[in-house]
Design a protein around this ligand. Structure first.
Ligand code: TYM
Length: 324
């Protein structure tokens, strides 16, 4: 039975990039193995400085995930900090991880390039992520393309650990990233990668008015209403393609090429389709949110199930490294 694992940071409301890049594939995988999905609050702490926002977003991410179809009977959903074994293993991995491996990681490099002083947690971020993955002997890690490098670092760290402490039998399983090519990088309102840090996101469960406003703010060129438009480079079409049927996408593309309709009309069509697509999930979310103790219970139960696995791995690791 394959182990599947992934995480998401509670740094804000999950958006279409998170959903199509990770949440949806993760939900689809929950029936194909033993799935562990967690809210990466230790990772979020590298940037979040508002404790109440951390608490609210942690519950919000859990609600969104459950509303989208994560089934806590099939998958284990938990909060990373409920399983302190993550930080314990991260320290052990840190002790064998060469610094240059981390200096090469893009999140750290971007920070330095922007002349910002990185906190140590940001530098060590990929090591904690390796701990997350290796702790559960994960085989498959569904993620968006921006996390590919982190999974590669995880494999490198696992190889060092296996060489160093796993002489008789490998200490860790080699994980594989699972990245859906057509969903690998969902673009945002401005045509760049959709990301909370670029302020260009479409949150899954915004209220109707602010969501419509966001869709209407998609950046377009200045082609006049009557002229034909190029669908191949349009963010409107790119977002529509994420969830519309092939036929509907073909119709929108043909209407782009025909001219006679302004971008506002296409944005409205995108908004209507998006609103309908997420309607059942929005309704489920409202139901689940009505009972806050439900989410708390799911996370508590998830933590217990995750800790049972994590404790076993740690016993093995402590023995192999001589800590016991
Ligand atoms: P985070 O919280 O930034 O994003 C969660 C997931 O959403 C994907 N994603 C995207 N996919 C496609 N297009 C986009 N525009 C887009 N934006 C975000 C991300 O690739 C990710 O899969 N470090 C991780 C959290 C983490 C983790 C782990 C993941 C911590 N430990 C262990 C896997 C395994 C992160 O910051 O994700």
């Amino acid at each position: 039975m394959k182990r599947i694992l992934s995480g998401i940071k509670p740094t804000g409301a999950p958006h279409l990039g998170n959903y199509f890049g990770m949440m949806k594939p993760a939900i689809e995988l929950q029936s194909q193995g033993e799935a562990f999905y967690f809210i990466a609050d230790y990772h979020a702490l590298t940037t979040v400085r508002d404790p109440q926002a951390m608490r609210d977003n942690t519950r919000g991410v859990a609600l969104d995930f459950l509303a989208c179809g994560l089934d806590p009977k099939k998958a284990v959903i938990f909060r990373q900090s409920d399983v302190p074994e993550h930080t314990e293993l991260a320290w052990i991995l840190s002790c064998v991880t060469p610094m240059p491996m981390l200096e090469n990681c893009h999140a750290f490099k971007d920070h330095v390039a922007r002349n910002q002083v990185p906190v140590h947690g940001l530098f060590a971020y990929p090591v904690l992520m390796a701990a997350d993955i290796l702790l559960y002997d994960s085989n498959i890690v569904p993620v968006g393309r921006d996390q590919k490098q982190h999974v590669e670092v995880t494999r490198d760290i696992a190889a060092v650990m296996n060489r160093t402490f796993g002489k008789k039998e490998p200490l860790f399983v080699m994980p594989e990233a699972s990245i859906l090519p057509q969903m690998a990088t969902v673009i945002g309102l401005d045509g760049q990668k959709m990301s909370k840090s670029y302020n260009n996101t479409v949150p899954l469960f915004d209220a109707e008015k602010p969501l419509r406003k966001k869709i209407m703010s998609i950046v377009t060129d200045s082609t006049p209403v009557e002229s034909p438009k190029d669908p191949t480079h349009s963010s409107i079409v790119a977002l529509y393609r994420l969830f519309a049927s092939e036929g509907d996408v073909a119709t929108m593309e043909a209407d782009f090429r025909a001219g006679g309709q302004g971008y506002g009309v296409f944005k409205q069509r995108l908004f209507d389709a998006l609103w309908e697509h997420f309607r059942p999930m929005r309704e489920k979310r409202a139901e689940l949110a009505a009972d806050p103790s439900y989410v708390d219970g799911v996370l508590r139960d998830g933590a217990e199930r995750a800790r049972a696995v994590a404790a076993k791995t740690m016993a093995r690791v402590r023995l192999a490294t001589g800590l016991r």
